[in-house]
Design a protein around this ligand. Structure first.
Ligand code: SF4
Ligand code: SF4
Length: 260
């Protein structure tokens, strides 16, 4: 998706490039222009309706920012910084306000600044541009992702936590947490088999206190679970697995760092 849609390489089959911005701003731009473009389709499936089925599986398995973060060495989280999660909501609000101001105050819209780079000389669409550098979506996507990757790597190094960006900065989590509450797929511990070794909690990159949920006879209803299945992989007794049923929970049991 990053290379194919973000840089439009998928369209080379038809002889042209058509970059599409699938970051939050791209989603808002297309939604406000009442166009069901790639950004809207992607958000609908992966981030709005999909989480009611598979929670934040996008974050665990397909996010391209996390794909880079997973290569970094700080896999064991030291715990969360208290109250830093608010930054994600601030980021979401600022990005959304930016788009709304550009659209409603400055009449800016991607639908009049999008473009296609044609290699065949046969395309004659109304939005044809001669150069990739004239296509606004290309710049939104490129600059946006460069900022994300840089921030994510620096934050991971500073906090010794690969997933720090996901916990504190990513503006997508606030959207995904809505559907994730009701996710059919969730992690569940069989307390008959569990030996309370806590290997699962130590392996969890999102600092979820898994045993607090099982102690209450509940599945892991935390909206911070990214369905990465690290906990399942490390359990020595196979007591923990992904299960499928209807439930909903509002408690967040998370490991938070002690204040210094
Ligand atoms: S609870 Fe398990 S699946 Fe969920 S984030 Fe933690 S390790 Fe991953
Ligand atoms: S790793 Fe398995 S046995 Fe150990 S505490 Fe977690 S669920 Fe229980």
């Amino acid at each position: 998706m990053f290379i194919g849609l973000g840089f439009g390489v998928i369209y080379l089959v038809w002889g042209f490039l058509e970059p599409e911005n699938m970051q939050l701003e791209g989603f808002w731009f297309w939604l406000l222009s009442r166009t069901f473009a790639a950004g809207v389709i992607h958000y609908s499936i992966a981030k709005i309706f999909g989480p009611t089925l598979f929670g934040r599986g996008w974050c665990g398995w397909t996010c391209w920012t996390a794909a880079v973060l997973d290569l970094l060495p700080w896999k064991r989280s030291p715990g969360r910084k208290k109250n830093w999660g608010i930054l994600r909501y601030t980021h979401f609000a600022l990005s959304t306000i930016l788009v709304f101001v550009l659209v409603f105050v400055f009449n800016y819209t991607l639908s009049t600044t999008r473009g296609i780079v044609d290699f065949t000389g046969t395309y004659s669409g109304e939005h044809l541009k001669s150069s990739l550098f004239q296509i606004h979506e290309f710049w939104w996507f490129l600059i946006g992702n460069l900022i994300y990757f840089t921030l994510a790597i620096v934050l991971a190094a500073l906090l010794k936590d690969n997933r720090a960006f996901c916990k504190y900065i990513c503006p997508i989590a606030p959207i995904m947490k809505l559907g994730t509450r009701a996710s059919i797929m969730k992690i569940s511990v069989d307390s008959e088999i569990c030996i309370q070794c806590r290997a699962c909690e130590r392996a969890c990159p999102m600092d979820i206190k898994i045993l607090d949920y099982s102690a209450k006879g509940s599945r892991v209803t935390s909206t911070e679970c990214i369905q990465c299945l690290e906990c399942v992989n490390v359990c020595p007794t196979s007591a923990i697995k992904a299960t499928y049923k209807f439930d909903i929970g509002f408690k967040e049991y998370l490991k938070v760092q002690e204040a210094n």
